[in-house]
Design a protein around this ligand. Structure first.
Ligand SMILES: O=C(O)C(=O)C[C@H](O)C(=O)CO
Ligand SMILES: [Zn+2]
Length: 277
């Protein structure tokens, strides 16, 4: 498991492109036949991907980094399938996930494995996991059951639909808040006007992008912005002090996940446009 330590805004001002990418960008999350994970010390979020092809894949704890006998011993996890139909087996119970369906699995479940229906078109499970202190029920939420929230406008190139899956008025969790935002065709901007939330950090995972498409993801303090060039199925760590916004070369979809002090989605510090630099 790859480890990322926390960074602060003062250091980040001096980072080169390579340093910025090393600290904040997660590439190679979705590797056929493997489970890949990045453990970030920012709110101890684990971000990863599981792409089962011919064999099922098992979610296992890293004993050195997690000091746990099994992955969910002291954690919870939210998983969204961004590939074709697949299955997640949780302590013997099987859940079917179509594309863009989500599964929340609470603390204490010992065995979690991933399987694809079709090796030619495998499931692609993206996940975020945060430390947990109590067990909430394991719940599947299909995209058709998530409440759509329409935002933005074509004149601002940001017409999009936000689906919240794991949040206080939906699937219950200890601290994980997770959902997905779909941009409408011909709309390229997300989360602009932008915000920070000093109470929570966030991870964005961009997908549904063409092979040669990129998203210019904006990060940093509002008056000291930087960008990362992000490709399909790559993710970005956004510390609490950083804005998180992007513009793509075409429309795309992204999964957002947060952990920290509270779970209130609307608890954001909006950045006035005139403060951006
Ligand atoms: O499209 C958006 O705007 C978002 O999806 C915003 C994220 O959900 C977010 O940053 C929540 O804090
Ligand atoms: Zn945010």
């Amino acid at each position: 498991m790859e480890i990322r330590y926390a960074t602060n805004p003062e250091q980040t001002k001096a980072y080169s492109t390579d340093q910025l990418r090393r600290e904040y960008l997660m590439e190679g999350i979705m590797v056929p036949g493997e489970i890949k994970m990045v453990y970030s010390h920012v709110d101890r979020m684990i971000t990863g991907g599981a792409v089962p092809v011919h064999q099922p894949l098992e979610l296992e704890a890293d004993p050195q980094e997690m000091g746990a006998d099994y992955f969910l011993e002291r954690r919870e996890i939210g998983i969204i399938n961004v590939g074709s139909r697949g299955f997640i087996i949780v302590d013997g119970e099987e859940y079917v996930l179509e594309t863009k369906d989500c599964l929340y699995i609470g603390l204490g479940n010992r065995e979690v494995s991933f399987r694809s229906e079709n090796a030619e078109a495998p499931a692609r499970f993206y996940f975020n996991s945060a430390p947990a202190h109590q067990s909430y029920p394991t719940v599947k939420i299909a995209i058709s059951e998530a409440e759509p929230n329409h935002l933005g406008s074509i004149s601002s190139s940001n017409e999009r639909t936000i689906y919240k899956y794991i949040h206080p008025d939906g699937v219950q969790s200890c601290q994980l808040v997770m959902g997905m935002t779909l941009l409408k065709p011909n709309n390229m901007w997300n989360t602009m006007p932008c915000h920070t939330h000093n109470r929570r950090s966030e991870v964005y995972f961009y997908f549904d992008m063409p092979e040669d498409g990129v998203v210019f993801h904006f990060m940093g303090e509002p008056n000291e912005t930087r960008h990362l060039v992000v490709r399909n199925e790559q993710a970005v760590i956004s510390p609490s002090w950083s804005i998180h916004s992007g513009v793509g070369t075409s429309n795309y979809t992204f999964i957002w996940a947060m952990a920290g002090e509270n779970q209130i989605f609307a608890d954001m510090d909006s950045v006035p446009m005139e403060d951006l630099r």
